[in-house]
Design a protein around this ligand. Structure first.
Ligand SMILES: NC(=O)c1ccc[n+]([C@@H]2O[C@H](COP(=O)([O-])OP(=O)(O)OC[C@H]3O[C@@H](n4cnc5c(N)ncnc54)[C@H](OP(=O)(O)O)[C@@H]3O)[C@@H](O)[C@H]2O)c1
Length: 348
């Protein structure tokens, strides 16, 4: 009798912040993979990365044949993705991409499983699925159940984004600058436009013509694509000297009335959400506590009387997990659970 075996999964960018987290999450969630391959640039060939209690040796993306691989979790930046995702997809391997390269392509679904899992069916057009930007993922997880209840008209967001959102070199920069400040060494800046240690920088990604940054534009465009094109959203995205965990101060205007208590009750039941909301010192979640966790945490839910049907809240998640790696693995799980893909290899 024929026995079906598990999936073969490749992680591209396995030495990076998101790639390492992907390997951890695949192992933690006992993803039904018979084989997991770690891929990175030629510089990392032979570099060892952890996968559960195993160690994988990285191979070079350039020399890898994807014809026997079912799922590619891609996390090596937009340039690499633009070049490689179509080639990998053409070999019959579904690409789940973390960069912004494919997010706005109408033939590529942009998925947060708790929010728009049904849209995944469109993946067959290109064999590529896009993972949203980290700051968008946690936002739409929190907005979706409230939108279902009272219909969101407009959202105003200010983000407080950790340095890990800019990759491993950015984390090193915060560390070395902090150290330099303490020992009175000169502070050098490479990744960020200004010193990030003991500072905040109101600019993430490049500037657009209208004065908004690309990070701010992404949040607006992705929320529309994932949740509802009618929602108006304006954002100010800010980098803060935190290693892991993005926080967002969110103000929401609804079409219909919704009280803070109703919003709390709805969010308590909502998939992927955890409400920590005691109106006392220390009664809210912070990035430090959310790091390493899977949930999108919501605190400080309160009515905003300055607009009709207004609410304000505070939303925090681990940007490397729900903002990137966990969401990508959850997308792969949807593909499998809905039987949208089957393993290529079958054992006799
Ligand atoms: N960090 C976040 O919160 C977050 C959230 C959402 C999306 N993303 C996106 O996820 C992607 C990765 O982010 P990250 O934070 O993990 O960056 P990172 O820490 O800088 O890691 C980049 C990874 O890409 C690999 N890479 C670079 N050039 C390559 C090439 N020519 N071929 C194959 N692999 C190559 C690197 O391998 P080497 O070590 O060999 O150079 C490394 O594994 C980006 O597109 C980012 O925008 C990040």
């Amino acid at each position: 009798m024929e026995r079906t075996i598990g999936f073969k999964v490749a992680v591209v960018g396995a030495t990076g912040n998101v790639g390492r987290e992907m390997l951890d999450i695949l192992a933690e969630r006992r993803f039904p993979a018979d084989e997991v391959v770690a891929l990175a640039s030629p510089r990392s060939t032979g570099t060892e990365v952890s996968f559960g209690d195993k160690v994988l040796k990285c191979k070079s993306l350039e020399h890898f044949d994807f014809s026997g691989t079912d799922i590619c979790l891609m996390s090596a930046g937009g340039t690499i993705s633009k070049e490689w995702s179509p080639r990998i997809a053409a070999q019959g391997c579904v690409v789940i991409d973390n960069s912004s390269a494919w997010r706005y392509d109408s033939n590529v679904p942009l998925i947060v499983p708790e929010v728009n899992a049904d849209a995944i069916a469109g993946f067959t057009k290109r064999n590529i699925i896009a993972n949203p930007n980290c700051s968008t993922v946690q936002l739409v997880v929190a907005l979706k159940p409230l939108h279902d209840k009272a219909k969101i008209k407009r959202v105003v967001v200010a983000t407080y984004q950790s340095v890990s959102g800019a990759g491993k070199d950015a984390m090193d920069e915060l560390f070395s600058q902090t150290r330099a400040v303490f020992v009175s060494d000169p502070v050098t800046t490479k990744i960020f436009s200004k010193r990030i240690a003991f500072n905040v920088i109101p600019e993430i990604d490049v500037f657009m013509e209208d004065g908004f940054t690309k990070e701010e534009w992404k949040m607006m465009a992705e929320t529309k694509k994932i949740l509802d094109p009618k929602i108006k959203l304006t954002a100010t995205c800010v980098r803060v000297p935190v290693f892991i965990g993005h926080a967002e101060a969110v103000n929401i205007e609804f079409e219909h009335p919704i009280s803070a208590k109703e919003a709390q009750d709805i969010l308590r039941e909502a998939p992927g959400c955890l409400v920590i909301d005691k109106r006392e010192p220390g009664g809210s979640i912070t990035p430090h506590e959310a790091a390493g966790e899977d949930a999108t945490y919501i605190s400080r839910i309160r009515e905003d009387a300055t607009v009709e049907n207004g609410l304000s809240l505070w939303c925090v998640a681990d940007n490397l997990r729900k903002g990137a790696a966990l969401n990508a693995v959850q997308i792969a799980e949807v593909l499998i659970n809905r039987k949208l893909i089957a393993p290529k290899q079958k054992a006799a």
